[in-house]
Design a protein around this ligand. Sequence first.
Ligand SMILES: Nc1ncnc2c1ncn2[C@@H]1O[C@H](COP(=O)(O)OP(=O)(O)OP(=O)(O)O)[C@@H](O)[C@H]1O
Ligand SMILES: [Mg+2]
Length: 270
Amino acid sequence: MDPNPTAPAIEVKHLACGYDESVVLQDVSFTVKPRELLFIIGGSGCGKSTLLRCLIGLLQPIRGDVAYFGQSFTGADSAQRREILKTFGVLYQNNALWSSMTLAENVSLPLEIHTSLSRADREEIVTLKLTEVGLAGSEDLYPSELSGGMKKRAALARALALDPAIVFFDEPSEGLDPITSREMDRLILQVRDVLGTTMVIVSHQLSSIFRLADRVLMFDRTAKGIIAEGKPDELAAHSEDSRVRDFLKRDDGPAPQPNPAEGGSKTHSS
Ligand SMILES: Nc1ncnc2c1ncn2[C@@H]1O[C@H](COP(=O)(O)OP(=O)(O)OP(=O)(O)O)[C@@H](O)[C@H]1O
Ligand SMILES: [Mg+2]
């Protein structure tokens, strides 16, 4: 791939997607800037996972185009598609770690599939990636030996194995206690700030949305598309749409204020 560094990291134009006869999303357009932390939010069944599947090529759009760094993904031939696929990391909702493989083997898998690196080089990268997510020394553990937070970290290490420009993350906080969820949020910010990764995150977790999101896109099932876009605190305070205010101000714990001691790293560097 020959990415255009001035192009948006992701550009979605007039996208429609769904299953068989049912259209889940129709005419969705948005862009994501490099290094942006974008949250996809909305009620159950509004099409968040469907959108992610379309973005990562697991589902063919009905109409429209998805481009990465100026290169069409939807219109790419299979060789170009493979090149583009190498530029993303994906964290699935259930982590999708291989239970019969150690952490080192799990993280090494994308390197084995997509590169011709030697075993020694792969091992070095695996150690580096596990260190980046705070799992140094856990190479030989199996997923069943890990806590929920460690599994998410391991899945993140695997998603980062190929130094992706973009990471897609489905529900990073799901099943985590508030402290572990907060640690996961810190790690996500650190990855973005240190590695410059663009992140698209599907989440219901208000605390994470307010703590991390540069911008949110809110989807709605009836509208079959985006009903609001902006910074979460501004939308919560000023949106004229009660669906948006109700979602962002629902009472499942106070939305935390950004904490300057955590680096205040919500700004774009570009
Ligand atoms: N594989 C599938 N085949 C047919 N319909 C599907 C499939 N997956 C999802 N749907 C339907 O598409 C719609 C959107 O589902 P999707 O899973 O994208 O929603 P979501 O926003 O991710 O919801 P949740 O917050 O519950 O994860 C729903 O009506 C769902 O029933
Ligand atoms: Mg979903």
